[in-house]
Design a protein around this ligand. Structure first.
Ligand code: C2E
Ligand code: CA
Ligand code: CA
Ligand code: CA
Length: 278
């Protein structure tokens, strides 16, 4: 070990140690978080651009840590993946989201609930059974449940993924390609994926108004989606300029702080009713 020199020193540096300790303690905390009711699901509206009406929501998990406060999913989802907790957490989010959406559908019958599915969850052999059971238990119409899979997840071992996607479609759920444009998309495969929606990644939306290249990419994704008869959703819309651009390009839906941040279910109700005046 001695002659590893710098690397060895790096490994034992106090900062590295502190980071490792922090992750280890988060790991331990996360194992009990679900049972202690520290995980909660927030909802962000999905808005139909033409009408301004909320037509659905994306379920986004939050961890209310008793000592550290709210921890971002960007921080704890990778840990959950690493320690094999993501399946249980993901299925729990799906169950919460379906039950909640079923209630909102009393007021808005066409309401679609979108839920993120992590790569590990997508490859789990029990995925289909668990999704089917959860949907059945909540009583929601499967056509009003949408599963979001990242482009990166889908492009990894494509042939078996197509089979999984087709089996999910047979359950009746809608499928969406999340973070579209960030991965190494192959148009030949996209044609073969039985998906319903492309979600334009936030990184292309952010500078839409000032960056002609981002604008060109967004236009291309929208027309690609439409020529493949897919719906297209823009995420991360924060201002009216971005929205005006998307409306002009006939983008179908948007999500973003312009309408609302993700909110707890009790605060979502008011977002359901009236179309806003952007
Ligand atoms: P994502 O699926 O791409 O979700 C969109 C993220 O963009 C959310 O971050 C959302 O709060 C944020 N966002 C929405 N509108 C805006 C906007 O106008 N401006 C900005 N700056 N951000 C906006 P969040 O909730 O922190 O989630 C981050 C990521 O964590 C998600 O990215 C997703 O990959 C993952 N995640 C969240 N919940 C779940 C879950 O239940 N299961 C799995 N597997 N992953 C989840
Ligand atoms: Ca998503
Ligand atoms: Ca996304
Ligand atoms: Ca993203």
């Amino acid at each position: 070990a001695k002659d590893q020199g710098k690397n060895t020193f790096q490994f034992y540096s106090p900062e590295m140690n502190a980071k490792a300790m922090e992750n280890l303690s988060l790991e331990n905390d996360l194992r009990g978080a679900l049972a202690r009711n520290e995980l909660v699901v927030f909802y962000q509206p999905k808005v139909d651009i033409a009408s301004g009406i909320t037509v659905g929501a994306e379920a986004l998990i939050r961890w209310e840590h008793p000592k550290l406060g709210q921890i971002s999913p960007l921080k704890f989802i990778p840990i959950a993946e690493e320690i094999g907790l993501i399946n249980d957490i993901g299925q729990w989010v799906l169950a919460q989201a379906c039950t909640q959406a079923k209630l909102w559908q009393q007021q808005t019958p066409g309401f679609v609930i979108s839920v993120n599915v992590s790569p590990q969850q997508f490859r789990d052999e029990d995925l289909l059974d668990r999704v089917q059971a959860t949907i059945a238990r909540s009583g929601i119409d499967p056509y009003k449940v949408e599963l979001e899979l990242t482009e990166g997840c889908l492009m990894d071992s494509v042939e078996s993924n197509i089979q999984t996607l087709e089996a999910l479609k047979d359950l009746g759920v809608r499928l969406s390609v999340d973070d579209f444009g960030t991965g190494y998309s192959s148009l030949a495969y996209l044609k073969r994926f039985p998906v319903d929606v492309l979600k334009i990644d936030r990184s292309f939306v952010r500078d839409l108004a000032s960056d002609p290249e981002d604008a060109a990419i967004v236009c291309t994704i929208i027309s690609l989606a439409h020529s493949l008869k897919l719906e297209v959703v823009a995420e991360g819309v924060e201002d009216t300029e971005q929205l005006a651009f998307l409306a002009k390009q006939n983008c179908d839906q948007f999500q973003g702080y312009l309408c609302s941040r993700p909110v707890p279910p009790e605060n979502f109700h008011s977002l359901l009713s009236a179309p806003a005046n952007w």
